[in-house]
Ligand binder design. Structure first.
Ligand code: ACO
Length: 326
């Protein structure tokens, strides 16, 4: 190759469990209402994995759809990077189970843990493997079963999350190093462990020996999200010498419609250029961005050559952004 190695998007796919849980159903279990949830978050319903349906099952179905979308065989893939905070087991990596379920017996598969920023982290890792020449074709998956770590009696958190999976395939291509290249143009990842107590799970193999439940200071997370995401987005635009007007599609992590709206306002982006799935998916953590990408690419909104901006913020705190020329 004489030019610059780039990771091109070669396919994408998604999977949502069959069971759909509405706000009205939730209001029968905890002291909440459809009106409160919609007004504060934009969420109307979420999908919940069935008994015996694991994160690796959701991930495998999303990966299979991505392979079909890219008209590719699993033999073409040499790397699986899976972002999840809800692995099937403490070990082995859920990615290795997905590898098995896809019938892949070569290459490497591992998990990345950055909670809701997981997909941006996984994309960053896989993009760097491809750019460095250590992989030619990577499956990047975000998959979660947050329903398994929710405290279903805590109305402040249980109404916010859902289960699902999304996947994209990165394939090595060539560019000339400008923002007109097709592929991942840049990724920007950050973390600050001082904010642990604002968003964490109160268990784990080394502490309690149990999986634990999600705990969150929602208002504090909200405040940090707006500041950190704005900085990460500016970083991506500056790095690539791109103005907000040049963005074709804004595909944010789907945590809260109010956070998404605040970011779109900051970028002066019309709602018609923002991909929103929060009403139907709720917050699926690491799965939310690839689920939204698969939906918008699948229905023809995102087209070849479009400039796509992604961003996310999650426990850690972690946060990040990325620019992709589709
Ligand atoms: N139904 C009805 N009332 C509720 C509910 C509910 N489900 N939950 C909380 N309330 C009440 C509170 O008790 C409070 O009542 P009070 O005023 O009598 O004390 C009132 O509603 C307001 O509560 P707040 O927490 O201040 O509400 P807020 O407007 O901040 O919305 C929310 C809460 C939706 C959680 C918001 O703060 C948020 O979205 N935060 C960010 C979440 C996020 O982005 N997470 C990121 C990633 S997640 C990850 O990494 C795993």
């Amino acid at each position: 190759m004489s030019g610059v190695r780039r990771s091109r998007i070669a396919g994408c796919g998604s999977y949502l469990p069959a069971r759909c849980l509405t706000n009205a159903e939730l209001a029968k279990k905890v002291d909440t209402s459809d009106e409160w949830i919609v007004a504060r978050t934009g969420i109307r319903e979420r999908h919940i994995a069935a008994d015996g349906e694991f994160t690796s099952d959701l991930a495998t179905k999303a990966a299979q759809e991505a392979l079909a979308d890219g008209e590719m065989a699993i033999e073409d893939v040499d790397l699986i990077v899976l972002a999840t905070a809800t692995p099937d087991q403490t070990f082995p990596a859920t990615a290795a189970q997905v590898q098995k379920k896809l019938g892949m017996h070569h290459g490497a598969a591992f998990d990345v843990q950055a909670v809701c920023t997981g997909f941006v982290y996984a994309l960053s890792v896989a993009d760097n493997f491809v750019k460095a020449g250590q992989a030619d074709c990577a499956l990047v998956i975000g998959a979660e079963t947050f329903s398994r770590i929710l405290d279903w009696e805590d109305r402040g958190t249980c109404v916010l999350f859902g289960d699902g999976a999304g996947a994209v395939i990165l394939r090595a291509g060539e560019g000339d190093g400008t923002n007109k290249d097709r592929g991942v143009l840049s990724t920007h990842i950050h973390s600050d462990g001082r904010y642990h107590d604002m968003l964490y799970v109160d268990g784990g193999p080394s502490t309690t020996g149990l999986a634990g439940h999600l705990r969150m200071e929602g208002r504090e997370v909200f405040k940090h999200a707006v500041i950190n995401l704005a900085e990460a987005v500016d970083e991506a635009l500056e790095e690539n010498n791109v103005t907000p007007e040049e963005i074709d599609w804004f595909v944010p992590h789907q945590a809260n419609k109010r956070i998404i709206d605040a970011m779109a306002r900051k970028l002066s982006l019309d709602e018609s250029r923002v991909v929103n799935t929060i009403d139907r998916h709720a917050n699926t953590s690491a799965a939310s961005i690839p689920l939204a990408l698969a939906e918008a690419a699948g229905d023809g909104r995102i087209k070849a050559g479009d400039l796509v901006l992604i961003e996310a913020m999650g426990g850690g705190f972690t946060w990040g952004s990325g620019l992709i020329r589709w």
